[in-house]
Design a protein around this ligand. Structure first.
Ligand code: KG4
Ligand code: ZN
Length: 341
């Protein structure tokens, strides 16, 4: 089955063609990140206006790049309905609804956060995650730990009580003047650290790391970062950027790894999945893969390539294949506040 996916939940405009939920035939992403870099963050109105301009060229390009595929070979359309920015979501949803009507194709509405999970089915056509699965979904606006017993059977175990992990990276980068998006900027600074300069000096908190639940909280960590920056400014001491960035990254990733491993142990799962933009973070990926529990047990760890962690439409198409529930196009509407399940 060939599915054309459309994704416009944040500032990206993406379209992709995927075969049987596992084989990427094309993956086109247009981003307006350069415009948002000027303002230090996304201005929703500007993002949506850019998306209106490029949605049709992006869809055309996705079909063109998937060799031997024409509109006739496409079996179904799918689109992100939420969560996300309302103006941005509307661009994708209205375009997809119109195409489904004109082309007379089935259309499947998809939850963006559930779709992130499906990047793990696109890593290889030969090895799919085995259920039950524990998945950590870490994006710009969400941090959720879920238990998947099968496709469509997702149980929410916990999530952030305040800021998301990605938001913490983005806000920390902003106070440090590292620009937008903050995650890759902090990661790039941290990479410059000379490992011989341990131990860590700032001793940032690891909020809720030992709590007996699967919730997270990153706002205290964000405040600790802001306080530390002010303190250094008052003392007129220049911040050692690579070291401080490394410490921030360590604090965030320590909590994410500890809770994910604990959830995997509690629910005795077969596979552990990483998903969402923050899953592109190489330190998070490294810490999970090298964790003694992962090394010494039979868990299968799935970590999508960074390009499939951040927003794109391949995972929307994969999610629609494994959760194939078409809806009449007239009934599809945006749901900006959708939760993962
Ligand atoms: O999933 P995503 O692309 O968009 C949303 O659905 O939100 O996630 C975006 C988030 C941003 O907060 C960005 O800073 C973060 O993912 N991110 C990273 C990295 N790449 C993207 N965070 C840490 N390290 C990275 N390499
Ligand atoms: Zn996302």
């Amino acid at each position: 089955m060939i599915i054309l996916g459309i994704e416009t939940s944040c500032d990206e405009t993406a379209a992709a063609v995927v075969e049987n939920g596992t084989k990427i035939l094309s993956n086109v992403v247009a981003s307006s990140v350069e415009l948002h870099q000027k303002t230090g963050g996304i201005i929703p109105e500007i993002a949506a206006r850019e998306q209106i301009k490029c949605i049709i060229p992006v869809i055309n390009e996705a079909i063109k790049q998937s060799s031997n595929i024409t509109i006739n070979n496409i079996d179904a359309l799918t689109v992100t309905i939420g969560p996300g920015l309302i103006g941005s979501l509307l661009v994708g949803v209205e375009t997809a609804r119109t195409l489904a009507y004109v082309w007379k194709k089935p259309i499947i509405p998809i939850n963006h956060l559930q779709a992130h999970l499906y990047a793990n089915w696109l890593i290889s056509e030969n090895s799919a995650p085995q259920f039950p699965v524990i998945a950590l979904v870490v994006s710009g606006g969400h941090t959720d730990l879920v238990l998947m017993k099968n496709h469509g059977k997702i149980k929410w175990l916990g999530g952030t009580r305040d800021d998301a992990a990605g938001e913490c990276f983005d806000k920390a980068a902003r106070v440090l003047g590292l620009g937008y998006p903050g995650g890759p900027a902090i990661a790039a600074e941290a990479e410059k650290l000379d490992a011989s300069r341990y131990p860590l000096a700032a001793k940032l908190p690891r909020p809720m790391i030992d709590d007996d639940n699967f919730d997270f909280s990153f706002s205290g960590l964000k405040t600790a970062v802001i306080n530390r920056v002010k303190e250094q400014e008052n003392k007129r001491v220049k911040i050692d950027m690579p070291q401080f960035a490394f410490e921030i990254q360590e604090a965030i990733t320590d909590v994410l790894v500890a809770k994910t491993i604990r959830a995997a142990q509690k629910y005795q799962v077969k596979s552990i999945l990483l998903a969402g933009g923050v899953a592109a973070n190489s330190r998070l990926r490294e810490k999970l893969s090298n964790h003694p529990i992962i090394q010494s047990s039979s868990y299968q760890l799935f970590v999508p390539p960074p390009k499939l962690c951040t927003d794109n439409a391949t995972d929307i198409a994969a999610c629609a294949f494994f959760n194939y529930q078409p809806v009449p196009w007239e009934k599809i509407k945006v749901e900006p506040g959708l939760r993962i399940c």
